[in-house]
Write a protein that binds this ligand. Structure first.
Ligand SMILES: [Fe+2]
Ligand SMILES: [Fe+2]
Length: 439
């Protein structure tokens, strides 16, 4: 029996015996590049938006997009003509570069979710129509799943965009996208008006000097030695006699504060456009893990009676690290903060088990497992990021150097965020004692 081939009128004709396969592989290649570029640029929204749940949601979408890209590449490579490298065509980068230039982060978000992502959904639907249901069944199964994800992404983000206008900005992105006829060239292309100006050609993109935490109170650090000032009292963390209920609250505050890792890790993607996709894939996972760790605290603390409007978010790590190179940021994160956290956390976990709080034990066990994985990512990718930034010398020497530079930069950029709340009003170690009935 001969299978009918459904020709795709818009795909470039590659000719020859494998033309049908090559055409579909090309479309998969294009979809891979769009997903990849979404990951690189939508991550810049994370530290710019102030709503905590929205930050978490973008991390989740970035992670799911990384999954789409990975499956597309895996399937694509089974087909003739997908290509061996991970590069992205200029016409796509140009549009994503433009999309992050909106000054208002919610207008930028709207551009992504009202124009670029719906166009991606349309592109996936086009793929299903263009391919043969039986011959290309393996791709079809993937694309059907991705369509469900993309529809859900649009649903999940909708409530954050309810009061956002930004029509003009969206219109600009639509014009840019129409000029290439949609992501797959599946629509008629309409040339941009002659006076269309790309903001990205004249305005360089820069990370914010500080991250946005919306209406939440902020300060430089949540860690300190004075229980009248800070929620995480360093000496209590180490002290074997600290009450397990106190430690439970403190470790949830610690976890929630990992939101700083979300914000500064999110800065690395944009600056490492030349990285292999596998690196961005692991970074996307790392990012989503940190957002879940932060959510552990964010969801559990109110259940323990903590008023989150009294808990200051610590900004120092972002504020200092954003002045370092991506290689330095990643080195501090994986080789210093993460690698150095296991001892203290182990003691805390042992103590908390006294409480027979199954959920706390579970969250901490998964956190520990994730963190071990993050240190492995560090060993794998730090040398690669060093190469991207032409850092010479050994990894160990670089890490040592970076730690001293961090100390130096802390003097300039650290400790500059005043407490939003007075010591009486803010959540502190002393308040924890009261909360658990010890004071
Ligand atoms: Fe974490
Ligand atoms: Fe981590």
């Amino acid at each position: 029996m001969t299978l009918p081939i459904i020709p795709d009128a818009n795909a470039p004709s590659t000719g020859g015996r494998m033309a049908a396969v090559k055409e579909m592989a090309q479309l998969q290649r294009m979809l891979f590049e769009v997903e990849r570029e979404f990951i690189r640029t939508a991550t810049t929204l994370i530290y710019r938006v102030g709503d905590i749940d929205l930050k978490y949601l973008i991390c989740q979408h970035v992670w799911e997009s990384a999954g789409h890209a990975r499956f597309l590449r895996e399937r694509g490579r089974e087909l003739s003509g997908f290509g061996k490298d991970d590069s992205v065509r200029e016409s796509y980068s140009a549009i994503f570069e433009e999309a992050i230039r909106a000054d208002d982060p919610l207008v930028a978000l709207a551009g992504f979710y009202r124009v670029l992502k719906p166009a991606l959904l349309a592109a996936y639907r086009h793929y299903l129509e263009a391919t043969h249901h039986l011959a290309d069944w393996p791709s079809r199964k993937l694309v059907e799943e991705f369509i469900i994800d993309e529809e859900r992404h649009l649903d999940e983000i909708a409530k954050y965009l309810q009061d956002v206008e930004g029509e003009q900005w969206a219109q600009r992105l639509s014009i840019a996208l129409s000029a290439i006829g949609g992501w797959l060239g599946e629509r008629e292309s309409i040339a941009a008006p002659s006076d269309f100006e790309w903001v990205s050609h004249t305005v360089p993109y820069q990370h914010l000097d500080t991250c946005n935490r919306g209406d939440f109170p902020i300060s430089s650090s949540a860690y300190g030695y004075d229980p009248a000032q800070f929620p995480i009292v360093r000496s209590w963390l180490e002290d074997p006699d600290t009450d397990a209920r106190v430690l439970r609250v403190m470790v949830y505050v610690w976890l929630m504060m990992e939101l700083d890792a979300v914000d500064y890790l999110a800065t690395i993607f944009y600056e490492t456009a030349a990285a292999p996709f596998d690196m961005h894939y692991d970074l996307a996972r790392h990012l989503w893990d940190e957002s879940r760790h932060s959510a552990f605290g964010y969801r559990q603390l109110p259940k323990l009676g903590v008023d989150l409007t009294r808990l200051e978010h610590s900004l120092d790590l972002y504020n200092i690290l954003v002045h370092m190179s991506p290689a330095e940021r990643y080195a501090m994160m994986t080789m210093e903060f993460e690698a150095g956290s296991f001892g203290t956390k182990a003691q805390i976990m042992d103590k908390i088990r006294e409480l027979n709080d199954f959920e706390a034990d579970t969250l901490l066990a998964f956190d520990r497992n994730d963190e071990q994985q993050h240190v492995r990512y560090g060993h794998r990718w730090l040398p690669e990021i060093m190469r991207l930034f032409n850092v010479e010398g050994s990894v160990d020497a670089f890490v040592e150097n970076t730690k001293s530079r961090f100390e130096e930069l802390s003097k300039t950029y650290g400790g500059k965020t005043p407490h939003s709340l007075s010591a009486e009003d803010r959540f502190t170690g002393e308040k924890i004692l009261k909360l658990v009935g010890l004071a």
